[in-house]
Design a protein around this ligand. Structure first.
Ligand code: UD1
Length: 356
């Protein structure tokens, strides 16, 4: 029996979190519960596991209700909306985090990406309409900007993704914008993430990608625990201070707190709003490796490798809009990201499968 309640809100209401068992989802659940919200997770566990949700319960002391389901499954979505309504805590806002997210794979399997991401979002929007749910926070990506015309990227930068993953995110943003235009009561907050890394300071939840990580940070932590032999630094001849690529890394806990603020905003006001979530500071690959070595006390074996096709030299956010509209700024630094990410990986060398 799942009891729905909400500490800080007069009406019992539920936030439906698609993809809630993933890396960003689990951290967001922790912050939502801390802020008094009652989340309900809908996840197909294609790149996550229910074990992650049990860890969220260990951190928060609160059971997280969930069902396994795919966002392309209209009946499964209808059932979740009905179940929450019948329990007296209807869904009032959806956090839509469920998506495929590997850039390289999206280039080789574009139809799979458009089907999962874009078709899935359309099915979700139809189910929301049937359930009369009109507010959504959407997980987008700085990838929608494509090659920078100027840095930092601000929200008015041209949208010109260079791969199907970013293309699917840009299409979903546009769909939400069109729905908001068609219905004056509809509200969508679109969050363009920069590079979330690190983990919850408890060490109980963190990033646990299947297979060999594509992103740099989980690659580094797996080298540190001996699961991978060495890091390839993709390019040392970029026009950056040390020649390696520069990105705007932000602590996943800061990112999660940004979602809480975005939910508040989405519920307060209709319309369509896109916001960068980043720190506004760039860090190079070599600086990140050095910061990780300092935090962990472990030397990371590295080799300089050719540039990765499709990579850009530098990217960082103009974060002022999120500060102005949400009152959100990233508070944690690279040292925290490395220390917390290392705590997670060192305590869980095999991720959520550790100790099974
Ligand atoms: C990648 C995705 C982007 C996605 C983001 C967050 C690509 C081209 N872009 O961005 O769409 O939104 O992740 O999930 O995949 N690096 C190495 N060695 C590695 C891995 C990465 O040197 O083994 C370097 C890269 O060249 C880059 C930096 O580390 O300079 C960050 O790479 P990564 O973590 O993959 O993030 P992005 O490329 O920014």
């Amino acid at each position: 029996m799942v009891v729905f309640w909400s500490r800080s809100h007069a009406m019992a209401q539920t936030l439906l979190v698609t993809g809630g068992a993933g890396y960003i989802g689990t951290h967001t659940l922790v912050e939502l519960v801390a802020a008094g919200w009652q989340p309900f997770v809908f996840d197909n566990f294609s790149n996550s596991s229910p074990a992650a949700l049990e860890r969220v319960t260990r951190i928060t002391g609160q059971e997280i209700p969930w069902v396994a389901g795919d966002v392309r499954d209209a009946e499964a979505l209808d059932a979740v909306f009905a179940r929450c309504r019948d329990a007296g805590a209807p869904v009032t806002c959806v956090l839509h985090l469920a998506a495929l997210k590997v850039v390289g794979e999206s280039i080789s399997r574009p139809v799979r990406y458009y089907d999962n991401n874009v078709h899935g979002t359309l099915v979700l929007l139809e189910a929301m309409a049937r359930a009369d749910v009109k507010r959504i926070v959407f997980s987008s990506s700085a990838n929608v900007y494509g090659n920078p015309e100027s840095l930092p990227y601000d929200e008015s930068h041209r949208i010109a993704p260079t791969n199907p993953y970013g293309g699917s995110k840009a299409m979903m943003e546009q769909i939400l914008r069109d729905v908001a235009t068609s219905d004056a009561d509809f509200g969508a907050v679109v969050l363009r993430y920069f590079n979330p890394i690190g983990a919850h300071p408890s060490g109980l939840i963190g990033e646990d990608p299947r297979g060999i990580p594509d992103n740099i940070f989980p690659f580094i932590t797996r080298v540190a625990v001996g699961r991978l032999p060495q890091l390839s630094v993709f390019g040392d001849d970029y026009p950056t201070p040390d020649g390696s690529g520069v990105r705007d890394y932000l602590h996943v806990v800061d990112l999660a707190r940004g979602h809480v603020k975005a939910v508040e905003r989405a519920l307060a006001e209709p319309g369509w709003l896109a916001l960068n979530l980043g720190t506004g500071r760039g860090t190079s690959v070599l600086e990140l490796v050095a910061a990780f070595e300092k935090a962990s006390g472990i030397k990371i074996a590295c080799r300089i490798a050719p540039r990765r096709p499709g990579d850009i030299a530098e990217a960082w956010a103009a974060p002022a809009q999120a500060a102005a509209v949400l009152g959100w700024t990233a508070e944690l630094g690279i040292e925290d990201m490395c220390a917390d990410g290392w705590r997670w990986q060192s305590q869980n060398p095999d991720g959520y499968a550790t100790g099974e």
